[in-house]
Design a protein around this ligand. Structure first.
Ligand SMILES: [Zn+2]
Ligand SMILES: [Zn+2]
Length: 100
């Protein structure tokens, strides 16, 4: 009785095919970090923040898609008040419309 020989399984070649190059327009709207494509420029600009770590929750490490989602996440999941959220989430918007 011979013991079962363990055959080393060669690593399967992953899908290495590139994206179709028939649409050259998409190329400018592709994230250079993860290769994801976007239909409009605004989405790509928002998406880049994900790689910048801006949308990563400092408390649980969850990565949100947008800064706005992170704010909501901090509010709903971690129950932070607006002051804390503002301190954690960098925002470039000015709060100038508050005076009534
Ligand atoms: Zn990306
Ligand atoms: Zn979190």
């Amino acid at each position: 009785m011979a013991a079962d020989a363990v055959h080393p399984v060669p690593p399967l070649p992953g899908p290495s095919h590139r994206l179709g190059e028939d649409g050259s327009q998409i190329d400018s709207l592709r994230c250079e970090s993860c290769g994801r494509c976007f239909s409009n420029r605004d989405s790509l600009v928002h998406h880049r923040k994900v790689h910048a770590g801006v949308t990563t929750c400092a408390l649980c490490g969850k990565v949100l898609n947008k800064v706005a989602y992170l704010r909501v996440h901090l509010q709903l999941v971690h129950r932070l008040d607006e002051q804390r959220i503002r301190a954690m989430v960098p925002t470039r918007r000015r709060y100038t419309y508050r005076g009534t």
